[in-house]
Unconditional design. Structure first.
Ligand SMILES: [Zn+2]
Length: 170
């Protein structure tokens, strides 16, 4: 059975800026409003027969959205990106065979992410892993087999990532 939250209708969204480094049209700083759909695959259990209480799942995903909201998202593991952090700024350089760009941005404006890029694909993986971790920390994942995150970059276009939970031993 699946339990689902649609970001558009449940306020699971954030607005952020990013760069798809080296891309023709998306290689400049620009922004999106992102919506997060969450699906949990599992079995109903407990007193109420829930896979998980909607309220709890909403709270977890909203908290993740809040950390990403109103930030310039920077992928710290991008292969063509070098960065250094000084007092209150990050200075980073993107360099490939066609171009070199240097940025200096106040730290409070950015979020450095442990990713190779900030595409919808990468961000959907990042969010799925955070949801998995939080469900495990709260010890409320025992009847959940799988988490699926669809991250919409604007309305109508998104990337979906599905992550399994290792619940065999519980
Ligand atoms: Zn974009």
């Amino acid at each position: 059975m699946t339990l689902e939250l649609k970001g558009l209708y449940t306020g699971l969204k954030f607005s952020s800026a990013h760069v798809v480094f080296g891309h023709d049209s998306c290689g400049v700083i620009h922004g999106h409003t992102y919506y997060v759909d969450v699906k949990l695959y599992g079995e109903p259990s407990g007193d109420f027969g829930f896979i998980l209480d909607f309220k709890i799942l909403k709270k977890i995903v909203k908290k993740i959205c809040k950390t990403l909201d109103h930030k310039l998202l920077i992928p710290e593991n991008h292969s063509n990106l070098k960065y250094s952090i000084t007092n209150n700024h990050i200075i980073y350089t993107f360099c490939n065979k066609d171009s070199k760009k240097e940025y200096k941005i106040p730290l409070e404006d950015i979020l450095l992410l442990p990713l190779k890029g900030t595409t919808a694909e990468e961000l959907s993986i990042y969010i799925a892993e955070l949801v998995k971790k939080e469900l495990s920390n709260l010890n409320i994942d025992y009847n959940i087999n799988c988490i699926e995150i669809t991250l919409y970059e604007g309305l109508g276009q998104g990337a979906t990532y599905r992550i399994s939970l290792d619940n065999e031993n519980k």
